[in-house]
Design a protein around this ligand. Structure first.
Ligand code: ZN
Length: 165
């Protein structure tokens, strides 16, 4: 496949998925019995997202939900994140958070993303490759990254996060 065609595919997948998850977000709400909670904001766009996570003794994510107000990209990214991360071990979640940032910043192609991080998780991570469409709109990087950034701060035990500073 030509690179240009592939870019177009990613862009249309991006638009489809952002629309779908933005309209009907998955796992919206609050995990009542959470082990960590963090509030993130992206002042540039006005996005806000609160992430609550329940983690078992083995370090596996039992449940996570998000409560957000913001643009379709931030909400869609949060929704996709909850589907991808639930059931993963927190050390894998940390790796995935880094990988998603690289994917959105053109440091990792969608194929590399799956090859390097999709081991046994390919089907689960596949939809996330659509987030690479945000490369076409660099100003929206922080929108796409906000939920992931907030999840990382939650795992690190911090109750707030911002995309600035
Ligand atoms: Zn936004």
């Amino acid at each position: 496949m030509q690179a240009a065609e592939k870019d177009e595919d990613i862009l249309s997948l991006y638009q489809k998925i952002i629309l779908d998850h933005g309209k009907s977000p998955r796992n919206a709400g609050v995990v009542e019995q959470h082990d960590c909670r963090s509030e993130g904001k992206n002042p540039l766009c006005g996005d806000r997202v609160t992430v609550t996570v329940a983690i078992d003794d083995e370090g596996q994510v039992l449940d996570l939900k998000f409560d957000g107000k913001g643009c379709a990209i931030s909400i869609a990214s949060a929704s996709m994140m909850t589907e991808a991360v639930r059931g993963l071990r927190t050390d894998d979640v940390r790796k995935l958070i880094q990988a998603v940032a690289k994917l959105c910043k053109e440091e990792l192609s969608p194929d590399q993303f799956i090859a390097e991080y999709g081991d046994g998780l390919g089907a689960r991570l596949e939809p996330l490759t659509a987030l690479s469409g945000v490369r076409q709109f660099p100003a929206r990087f922080k929108c796409a990254n906000l939920p992931w950034h907030t999840l990382l701060s939650c795992l690190d035990g911090s109750d707030s996060a911002t995309t600035e500073g």
